[in-house]
Design a protein around this ligand. Structure first.
Ligand code: ADP
Ligand code: MG
Length: 711
């Protein structure tokens, strides 16, 4: 018996025709950018000027939406969508399962027996969904299975195309009859409002007039691409998104020859298709490159308003998946598809803008410096006070394999500022660095900051929360996770800290504003400097040091999620009207249940693969060895028997192990997640050993060296 299927997968890739060189060069164009978005351009073309002005005021200045304009907007939107080939519409929302949800209705109606397209204000503004199968964590009582969707005019409607049609998608929030949030967008919008008021209040202390506040996010997306022929032969990838077995290849990322390497033509073809589609959807894809691990890549957009950026990231993940499929590839968004190889994250680059001013921009004059240092210290305080909450927002079965594994940021949240900024912070604190080294006193609001380096040399890739020149980069979120949870927490944490500082600044005498500010910042640094860490976040020494500093370390999802219900975090969310306790409890319940289900699925898949794929291959190999031994004996051949016996014994022992460990996993399956995970890890050792012993042609599962290198 040979494993036809794996061998034929390799054959299929080998015989794939190399792409012909492109035709005649033609000038590139970006005219189609945002062509499928009902944005400012389309609004101007399809809406009467006064209505357009009102709608734009809502979108840009967060003015309340005038319900009177809804019918006109709906009519314009449907006209625009039908012009673009759409026949259906859907409210598009972000349920708690972390993906996107849509339920399509056609524009079709019958009038006097004649078919027409209609779409009214009612269809646009609100929807009712039987959402009993979407997770609610007990927020919908059983008799009230419906959920309600409501239009979010601040994220523009868009048209999504498929091969023979198109659908108008209207971004909405999703909540229960009683108004409890059942999605990820509602709390995000609430948190943006909270941060906007707190920011205005803080800026007023610095004598600034009222401006528009914008939270900004640029989400860098990492992913793996493998050939679909391999994927289809890996039940674990299909069912759980990660390989539960697989021996590391001899060569993976040791030579560091993939990162920023030249991009293979098949991948580049894929990336170009992705970008074209994203640009059409008004998603500003900017950067593409190879990542550290083989077959790993990254896409980074220009930053945008956080609500838009979160929606856009969901679409980026969808476009990546679908485009891969069209190209005979599969895009793996799981945080750790391959053990022993780098995992995938999603770096959330976050900042706050006040009018034209990026508040995390150090700036050139003492006044701007004072604002920057205040915001920086507010973040030091907030991240230290709610580090456990930030950790909770990135919890998940997939991300557990990444956080703390030797390549991703650790599960301990700390903040990296870089040497120069650290020196300035020490200067504010009073001239004493942690090392006892004297630094010059920094007078906030009087001294000008030295120019801070923006370049990549000052980067610490091991830090989960790093200041990178003019923004914070939260690197703990996993590649498959929505940015919304993390950004909601960041916004509220910032709001609380801004308010706390404003409380004090408002009491200061104008004549000694700078002196008073200096004292406040000094105290904040003294109280919260334990969160600052510029060293190697991967080292064991840091974990020990973090423990001494009293920083929380929640290594897995169940422990991390508990922080959602701690008094300080509940109080924070309730104070800003972002979550009620009930909503937090429901989320806790949903996320824990999801974790438990995922682990069970993985365990079940591992067991099934071990018994139905690995065991038969190992048995056949064992039988062959035993048979060879018997044949040699019968023929009176002595040479080779020692080796053949040793081989039979090794295979036999592994087979016994395999049976024993499969049984252990079977017993663990209905129980605790941690027991399932450890039984799986144990079973994996035997399976990966067998992979190295069983004849290559007989091994049924595509190997790491194939999945990671052949495409
Ligand atoms: P790198 O981190 O590779 O040096 P950049 O610093 O240019 O790249 O940006 C990384 C991401 O951070 C991009 O998505 C970029 O748009 C985003 N970014 C840059 N400035 C801001 C900002 N003020 N707010 C939010 N995101 C930002
Ligand atoms: Mg980055």
């Amino acid at each position: 018996m040979t494993s036809e299927s794996r061998v034929s997968a390799i054959g299929a890739i080998a015989s794939m025709s190399q792409e012909p060189p492109g035709g005649e060069p033609h000038p590139a164009s970006i005219d189609f950018y945002a062509e499928d978005v009902f944005g400012e351009d389309a609004m101007r073309r399809y809406l009467p000027a006064p209505v357009c002005r009102k709608l734009l005021a809502t979108i840009k200045n967060s003015d309340p939406l005038d319900p009177e304009i809804a019918p006109t907007v709906a009519a314009a939107m449907v006209k625009w969508a039908v012009d673009r080939g759409a026949t259906h519409f859907t409210h598009w929302f972000l349920p708690l399962n972390g993906s996107t949800a849509e339920k399509h209705d056609s524009f079709l109606d019958l009038k006097d027996g004649k078919a027409i397209f209609t779409f009214g204000a009612k269809n646009l503004v609100a929807g009712e969904t039987d959402a009993s199968s979407l997770p609610s964590g007990g927020l919908r009582s059983t008799f009230e299975a419906r959920g309600y969707t409501a239009w979010d005019p601040t994220s523009p409607a868009f048209v999504k195309r498929h091969s023979n049609g198109a659908t108008l998608c209207i971004p909405t929030v999703f909540c229960s009859y009683s108004g409890d949030a059942l999605d990820k967008k509602t709390p995000l919008l609430r948190s943006m409002q909270a941060l906007a008021s707190a920011t205005r209040r803080l800026m007023k202390c610095f004598g600034l007039g009222r401006e528009h506040v914008e939270t900004t996010l640029g989400a860098e997306q990492e992913y793996f691409l493998i050939d679909r022929n391999f994927y289809l032969r890996r039940p674990d990838l299909i069912q759980s998104g990660r390989t539960v077995f697989g021996a590391p290849p001899q060569k993976h990322q040791q030579l560091e020859d993939h990162y920023f390497g030249s991009i293979k033509s098949r991948v580049l073809h894929f990336m170009t298709e992705v970008e074209n589609e994203l640009w059409r959807l008004g998603i500003p894809a900017k950067t593409r490159h190879n990542e550290v691990a083989p077959a790993q890549f990254e896409l980074a957009p220009l930053f945008e308003n956080v609500n838009l950026a979160c929606d856009h990231n969901m679409l980026v993940m969808e476009v990546l998946r679908q485009t891969a499929e069209r190209n005979g590839l599969v895009c793996l968004l799981h945080e750790k598809p391959f053990a022993g190889v780098n995992g995938s994250g999603k770096h959330n680059n976050w900042s706050v803008a006040y009018g034209d001013r990026n508040l995390l921009n150090p700036g050139a004059d003492p006044a701007q410096n004072a604002i920057f240092l205040t915001v920086l210290c507010a973040m030091i305080k907030g991240v230290d006070e709610h580090a456990d909450l930030l950790r909770a927002t990135v919890a998940g079965a997939g991300n557990d394999h990444r956080l703390g594994a030797n390549e991703a940021p650790p599960a301990v949240i700390s903040m990296f500022l870089g040497d120069q900024l650290m020196e300035i912070i020490n200067g504010i604190e009073g001239g004493h660095a942690g090392t006892g080294r004297k630094t010059a006193q920094m007078r906030v609001g009087v001294d000008t900051l030295p120019p801070l380096p923006h370049d990549a040399t000052d980067r610490n890739r091991t830090s989960p929360f790093a200041f990178t020149g003019n923004k914070f980069e939260f690197r703990a979120p996993g590649s498959s996770q929505s940015c919304a949870d993390a950004c909601t927490a960041l916004n509220v944490i910032a709001a609380e800290s801004f308010d706390a500082i404003a409380d004090e600044l408002e009491k200061l005498d104008d004549r000694d504003f700078n002196g008073g500010l200096q004292k406040i910042l000094r105290r904040i640094i003294r109280e919260h400097r334990r969160i600052l860490f510029n060293g190697d976040g991967y080292s064991d020494a840091w974990l020990e040091e973090a423990r001494r500093r009293g920083l929380p370390n929640n290594p897995d999802t169940p422990s991390a999620l508990e922080s959602l219900l701690l008094p300080a975090n509940v109080a924070l969310y309730e104070k800003y009207g972002v979550f009620t306790r009930r909503e937090l409890e429901s989320r806790h319940e949903v996320f824990v249940a999801e974790y438990v289900r995922r682990v069970r699925i993985e365990g079940g898949v591992a067991l099934e693969m071990a018994e139905s794929m690995v065991a038969p291959a190992a048995e056949a190999e064992y039988a062959k060895a035993v048979e060879a031994l018997a044949t040699a004996k019968a023929a009176g051949v002595v040479r080779g028997r020692t080796a053949e016996r040793a081989r039979a014994l090794r295979l036999g022992a592994a087979l016994d192990d395999l049976a024993k460990k499969s049984d252990a996993l079977r017993k663990a399956l209905p129980g605790e997640s941690s027991a399932i995970l450890s039984a799986m890890a144990d079973l994996r050792k035997t399976v990966d050993f067998l992979e190295g012993v069983v004849a290559d042609e007989r091994w049924p599962l595509p190997k790491y060296r194939e999945m990671l290198f052949l495409h």
